[in-house]
Design a protein around this ligand. Structure first.
Ligand code: NIG
Ligand code: FE
Length: 415
């Protein structure tokens, strides 16, 4: 992790004349996951939106006289959790799809019949930007209650320029205590539109006009969505406009999108239930993060991605909720972490890294997802479940974790 920028910040020259920036010490933390390992009985000192130091019992000597001490007795501390793949901005309901799928109709059949994502597109187009911002904000609040401080939010339920813009504006407007990283998503082709004409509109009008509202671009490359060649054209255009890249890859059908993502320098390839050996090798060579989405896998009653092969190839693995009204109505990142262990075979350590350090990497944010001198002061503090001794593992063991008792974002208490 590059901490040099923070470490080399010069001390102010006339320190005694300047109001000193307030420091805060979170004291009495029973267990802390720093992104790579567990610490016991520590305090964390914060200043200027950053972590200054993790102190062990011996070095909390009260040296920072003007430090405000905050009692965190017995709590379990995590870097603020990062949900690196969500579709949080949407209107309407997909409960009818859920019932149909339980009756045996497939996700792709519903989509190709004009339901699924298209149902959400209709409802989202009808909602006002204020309504979309309100819905997004209310959903982010639920995420914050479980310690999530950064959420990637995709567009992709508008498909036309006007609604895609309004979705991105709503996502940005909802950014607050929970930081939103908006992504432009080329999700599916609108019903009734000519393919080539829509592609030209995407490349020549929508992407250039919307690039300024997004941090990244994503394409759903699959049956019923974009082809590999279309995906490549969209990603190349987005990259040329300065956007980071993600790809919905190898979910329903194998398409070769994971290898394409790696070749184009995408930050992540997501889903991957059907990735092959070439895709894994390409991702490993490029350092592309594999974002695992156990909510979608469970709701579509799918088989798991090849986690053993991803692990053996040292592909970094992140876990996200994929929160959306259709394939993953799951907005609790702890639930996704537990499901990744139970249904995909991740270890608890991989799950913890998957919702912190590797999720931050999938968003190109080396300041997030870890705790130590120079990291962002994004910290979530949880009580152990009733009657359990404090440990980080127990938060993964209990489906849904526990509700956070305190959350800090950029050094400010937000819960
Ligand atoms: O990541 N697979 C494509 N896109 C979303 C689903 C969105 C939806 O069903 O509304 C996903 O699972
Ligand atoms: Fe998704």
């Amino acid at each position: 992790m590059d901490t040099s920028a923070f470490m080399s910040t010069p001390e102010p020259k006339h320190r005694h004349r300047q109001p000193r920036e307030k420091s805060t010490r979170l004291r009495g933390i029973a267990r802390l996951w720093d992104g790579a390992r567990v610490h016991r009985d520590v305090s964390v000192v914060l200043r200027g939106g950053r972590v200054v130091e993790i102190e062990t019992g011996d070095d909390t000597d009260g040296g920072e006289d003007d430090c405000e001490n905050v009692d965190c007795d017995g709590l379990i501390a995590m870097p603020g959790l990062v949900d690196c793949h969500t579709h949080t901005t949407f209107a309407g309901t997909r409960v009818a799809d859920f019932v149909k799928r339980l009756g045996g109709t497939s996700y792709t059949t519903i989509l190709e019949g004009g339901g699924g994502i298209h149902t959400t597109v209709q409802a989202t187009r009808m909602a006002t930007t204020d309504e979309l911002a309100f819905l997004t904000g209310a959903r982010l609040e639920e995420m914050l209650a479980h310690g999530v401080t950064t959420v990637e939010v995709k567009s992709g339920y508008g498909l036309d320029l006007r609604t895609e813009r309004r979705m991105l504006e709503a996502a940005r407007a909802a950014s607050g205590p929970v930081e939103v990283m908006p992504t432009f998503l080329a999700h599916v082709l609108p019903r009734g539109r000519d393919r080539d004409e829509y592609m030209r509109e995407l490349l020549d009008v929508n992407l250039p006009q919307l690039a300024g509202l997004a941090c990244a671009a994503d394409v759903y490359c699959d049956d019923g969505a974009f082809t590999l060649a279309e995906t490549e054209a969209i990603l190349r255009r987005a990259s040329g406009l300065g956007l980071a890249l993600h790809v919905h890859a190898e979910q329903v059908a194998w398409t070769g999108a994971a290898a394409l993502a790696a070749r184009l320098g995408a930050l992540s390839a997501d889903h991957l239930e059907r990735i092959d050996a070439d895709g894994i090798d390409a991702m490993a060579a490029a350092g592309t993060v594999a974002v695992l989405l156990p909510g979608a896998m469970l709701y579509l009653r799918d088989t798991p991605p090849p986690v053993k092969a991803l692990r053996a190839a040292c592909v970094p693995m992140a876990i996200a909720t994929d929160f959306n009204p259709g394939s993953s109505p799951v907005n609790n990142l702890w639930t996704a972490a537990t499901l990744a262990c139970l249904t995909m075979g991740l270890t608890v350590e991989e799950a913890l890294a998957g919702i912190t350090r590797n999720a931050a990497r999938a968003l190109g944010r080396p300041d997030l997802g870890w705790l130590g001198a120079g990291s962002a002061a994004d910290i979530a503090l949880f009580p152990a479940p009733v009657g359990e001794p404090p440990s980080v593992e127990v938060l993964v063991q209990h489906l849904g974790g526990t509700r956070a008792e305190q959350v800090w974002k950029a050094g400010e208490r937000v819960l």
